[in-house]
Design a protein around this ligand. Sequence first.
Ligand SMILES: [Zn+2]
Length: 282
Amino acid sequence: MLFRHSGAKVQSVWRDWVAKCGNPTCSKKSWLQAFTHSHRGMRVEGEWYCDTNCFEQVVKGKIEELLASQNPPAKARGSRVPMGLLLLSRGILTSEQLKAALDYQRLNAVNFGDAVQQLGFATQEQVTAAVAAQWACPVFPLGDRPLDVKIRIPRQLLNLYKMLPVHYTENERRLLIGFVSGVQHQILSTIGHITSCTVVPCFITMREYESQLKSSLTPCPRDYELAVDEILESAEMARLTTNYVVQLGAERMRIGKCRDYVWTRIWGKKQEMDLLFRVGSD
Ligand SMILES: [Zn+2]
C-alpha cells in the first residue's frame, strides 16, 4: 500500500520534471530531448511549449478551428413586433402618424426609428425603449456619468457593433453591454470568453453612446489594440500573435472570434494587448 502510494508520487514528480510540450505534433518526442529542453521554452496558460515554433503551431491550430466554425445565424427581424405597432400600442404614435412615418421611411430610405424621430413623433428615449422591447432587453439609463467599468473592450469593436461596456459587478464578474440598435450575440459570447465575465445585453441611446465614446474617461484607449484589416492567412495571424506574446513576456493569452475579427488578447508583464485580425465574410 505504502509502496504503491509512493510509486504514484514518484511518477507525478517525474511527470513534472519531464515537461511535455503543449504542441501535440512536437517533433521532440522522447523524454530525454524534452528534458534537456525543459529549462528553455515558454509557458502560456499553464501549458509549457519547448520553443516558439511549437507555440505558434498550437495558436495556428486554434485560429483555424475558430475560422472553420460557422457564424450563428442572425435572429430574423421578422420574428419581432414591428416598432410602429409597439409605439402605437404605447400611445406614442397615432394611427395617422404611423402611416405618415411608414411613408416617410419608404421615401427617404431610413429605418423606422429614425423616421419617427425626424418627424418629431417620438423621442430618442422612446425609440430606444421600443428597440429594447423588441429584443426583450432592459434599457440602461447611462446619462453623462463617467463610465466606471474596469473591463476593456477594443475600440474597433465598440465602433463596429455600436456598443459600450456600461456596468460591471466585480464579485459576480457580471458585465453589462449596452447596444444602440441591436444585440450582436456572437460578440457577447466572445467578450465573455476573453474577459471571463458573464455578459448581459441591454440598450442605451445613440446620444449616450456617442458622448461616452468621445469622453476621454472611457476606459478603452486605442493604444492597447492593433487591428489588421487586410485578410491574413492563419499562419500569419499565428506568427504575429506569437511575436507579441514573446515581446510582451506574456504568460496568458486568449483567442476568440466575432463576426468580423479573430480577437487575441495577450496579457503581457507590463501591458495588455489586443490583436484583431479581419476575417472574410462567409
Ligand atoms: Zn515542442
